[in-house]
Design a protein around this ligand. Structure first.
Ligand SMILES: Cc1ncc(COP(=O)(O)O)c(C=O)c1O
Length: 484
């Protein structure tokens, strides 16, 4: 536990206390000074022991981040960890972008207000105007929230009401991920996350990118009023669909008066090389959602954006206006000014252009590595700085001598090289990558959009060197980490 006494805050005055005594609370300074062992103990006791198990498998439990700046985390030993994980796309600006930090400091110094419920908020109004300015077509109406799940809940609700169906049904894709709150969990394609909860049951599930399957469902049931699709599937392992598919989705939804919701929580905000990934395909959905990098890497901010006509049909009268107005922290002041500064920075620093150019370089280098190690890498895919690296399933190709050792490992690691490679990239090369729950052979690379060619070289040189060890050594080196 803590290796020093916990400091008590001084009492405000000498008056006798009438309220309850202060519990045993840690201070901010206690939290900052906490050692890695105490962090682990508290996480296991109060947060999520099972999750700690996975962090330990990968060696992530040994890292205490002291600072984070630009493309790097800096740990307790001064090690600079290159962030190619990027919080699943939450860090377009890297860590602590100075301009965004400065805007937040000014806002605090000026003692601006936060809660936007009683009075109109100049910050929320300005942010909504900016989001509309970044959005094509009639995507003009903006609902502000604080997580991707909340924005997607707002999206399916506005769509359901606007569809005009009394018994509205929603179509979603195989391998979709739209969040874990109960509404959107119903259209998240994961038996694991779905647990055994009672969910919304008016849903259909179709293969992603299969226009014939989608058409057949929409035509067969007039109650289908909403189609929800990630433009690039993130949780599914960075999966794209071609332009003809998206144009077909648009035409089909127009023909049957179905509302198309594009989930851009992970792939949006410039990551693909366009502000929205659907812009690559020359189509505009009826409703979309942003989160993750929308908060500039500093605030929990999200937005649902709807065509004005769709919004008005759902909530356009005084009688319907409050059915889904924002929650307590929707449009919170400092969050809004963070998002305003972030959007200005995104364009002033041409980060969407950078995502396209540096993303193309990343793919080119990875492709060359894939050609060098064809028995290890199956595919490199994605757009901009949203790239998936799929490894071959090695459960059947591993030398017989190693199979008993691998059999002793956790279920999550069997047959999947990505866990071994991710763990060794961190341990031996100071590089952080993201894993993919739905397809354990895929590593996701979603570095900040400030990523440079040099950062790509550092990462790709590390990967090249690691794969050069060969599968047998990689497995053995990983197994050693479990013993140490
Ligand atoms: C495509 C997509 N939609 C929705 C969400 C949910 O966002 P949040 O975790 O902020 O609730 C995520 C999160 O990863 C996502 O990737």
């Amino acid at each position: 536990m803590l290796d020093r006494p916990i400091t008590a805050s001084p009492s405000l005055d000498a008056a006798p206390r009438v309220g309850p005594p202060k519990p045993d609370l840690l201070t901010v300074e206690d939290a900052k000074a906490m050692d890695v062992g105490t962090m682990a103990d508290l996480f296991k006791h109060h947060v999520n022991p099972g999750q700690f198990h996975f962090m330990k498998l990968l060696g992530f439990h040994k890292v205490k981040v002291e600072r984070a700046e630009g493309m790097f985390y800096i740990d307790q030993n001064g090690r600079r960890i290159l962030d190619f994980f990027g919080g699943f796309g939450s860090l377009a600006f890297g860590h602590n972008h100075p301009r965004i930090v400065e805007a937040r400091k000014r806002f605090q110094d000026e003692k601006r207000h936060e809660i936007a419920i009683a009075f109109l908020s100049q910050y929320a109004s300005a942010l909504a105007k900016n989001v509309a300015a970044c959005s094509p077509g009639e995507l003009d109406m903006v609902f502000l929230g604080s997580s991707g799940s909340e924005a997607m809940e707002a999206a399916i609700k506005v769509a359901e009401r606007a569809s005009g169906r009394k018994n509205c049904k929603i179509v979603h894709a195989e391998n979709s991920f739209h969040g874990k709150t109960k509404g959107v969990l119903s259209i998240t394609d994961s038996p694991l996350y779905k647990g055994e909860f009672k969910l919304v049951d008016n849903t259909y599930r179709v293969p992603f990118g299969d226009l014939a399957a989608l058409t057949s469902v929409v035509r067969s049931d007039p109650d289908v009023g909403v189609v929800v699709l990630e433009t690039i599937q993130g949780g599914g392992g960075i999966i794209e669909a071609p332009t003809e598919y998206w144009q077909g989705v648009r035409a089909l939804c127009d023909q049957h008066k179905v509302i198309w919701v594009a989930d851009e929580v992970q792939c949006g905000y410039g990551r693909s090389g366009r502000f929205y990934a659907f812009e690559h395909h020359g189509v505009v959905p009826d409703v979309t959602a942003l989160a993750k990098s929308f908060g500039g890497g500093k605030a929990a901010m999200a937005a649902m954006i709807a065509k004005r006509d769709v919004y008005m049909r759902a909530y356009g009268t005084p009688k319907t206006a409050m059915i889904h107005a924002h929650a307590t922290f929707g449009g919170i002041g400092e969050g809004c000014i963070t998002s305003i500064e972030a959007l200005n920075t995104l364009y002033d620093e041409d980060l969407i252009g950078n995502a396209e150019v540096v993303g193309a370089y990343l793919k080119e280098r990875l492709q060359a590595i894939a050609e060098k190690y064809p028995s290890i890498i199956k595919e490199v895919r994605g757009r901009g700085l949203m790239v998936g690296l799929e490894f071959h399933d090695f459960s059947k190709t591993l030398p017989f001598a190693l199979r008993p050792v691998v059999a002793l490992l956790d279920d999550k690691l069997k047959g999947s090289l990505s866990g071994f490679i991710g763990a060794l990239l961190l341990k031996d090369y100071d590089c952080l990558v993201a894993f993919t729950e739905y397809n354990r052979n895929v590593i996701r690379l979603e570095p900040p959009l400030i990523c440079s060619h040099d950062n790509v070289d550092q990462f790709c040189d590390a990967l090249d060197d690691l794969l050069g060890r060969g599968i047998v050594s990689i497995v053995k080196d990983f197994v050693k980490t479990q013993m140490g």
